[in-house]
Design a protein around this ligand. Structure first.
Ligand SMILES: [Zn+2]
Length: 242
């Protein structure tokens, strides 16, 4: 059985050879990374295309129509990574740009009948006049979509809400008190594992640490966690496990 890394940026990894035991879901975040994702993954691996909030913050988005057209023509397995990131903006316009791009991505996912892979990051500061809870705002915007919250760092309460909407949560290879609560709360048929490599895990193999983490907390053996998270990924991204 191959292990599915439900979120990695394979094209950003230099001099790396993917081992046979891993099936990566290759994710873009900008027009240029979407092109790299297609190039590396088409006819080989599942791939996900989208314009991320990190891109919306720092770019001129006047070419958004062209970027959307590229996604449409390359029929990905899901739209992503997209969402809201409240950690980096220092101006209101940056937040507005993120919201405008995210709305467009939500509409695109509805039009293409594809699920959404969502990036969310809350604002760690209390007093900079910027919005704080990105997870909350996202959940208020996505009500009819099939969603995967990638690199989830929201609360246990919000995790419950995501599950009740029929959504999924993916677990990175990093341990924290809050993540432990989330793993405890979310049923195994709603979890996936991801490396987010090279940005969080260094390589896709690091999903083994995420599988181990779930296995310890839920007292389910490694193989079973891998099988179940694989099934969830295949169901969500719409590919065959055989
Ligand atoms: Zn990512």
């Amino acid at each position: 059985m191959k292990l599915i890394d439900s979120h990695c940026h394979l094209y950003d990894m230099k001099k790396y050879t993917l081992p046979d035991e891993i099936l990566p879901v290759v994710v873009g975040y900008s027009y240029s990374s979407n092109m790299k994702a297609v190039k590396i993954a088409k006819d080989k691996y599942p791939y996900v295309l989208g314009i991320a909030p990190q891109t919306a913050i720092k770019s001129d988005i006047s070419k958004l129509n062209e970027w959307v057209e590229y996604i449409r023509q390359n029929t990905p397995n899901a739209i992503g990574e997209v969402g809201l990131d409240y950690k980096w903006p220092t101006k209101k316009e940056e937040v507005e740009r993120e919201i405008a791009v995210f709305k467009r991505m939500i509409n695109l996912s509805k039009e293409m009948k594809l699920p959404l892979v969502i990036h969310s990051r809350n604002n760690p500061s209390d007093n900079n006049g910027m919005p704080k809870n990105a997870v909350r705002d996202i959940l208020d915007m996505v009500n009819n979509n099939n969603i995967l919250m990638h690199c989830y760092s929201g609360s246990e309460e919000e995790a419950k809400e995501i599950i009740s909407m029929g959504g999924y949560i993916s677990i990175i290879p990093m341990r924290s008190k809050e993540r432990k609560k989330v793993i405890n709360t979310v049923p195994i048929d709603r979890l996936m594992v991801e490396s987010d490599s090279p940005y969080i895990g260094r390589t896709p193999e690091s999903i083994k640490d995420a599988i181990k983490y779930i296995s310890e907390i839920k007292c389910i053996d490694f193989e079973e966690v891998a099988t179940r998270t694989n099934e969830n990924a295949a169901r969500f991204f719409g590919f065959d496990l055989s």
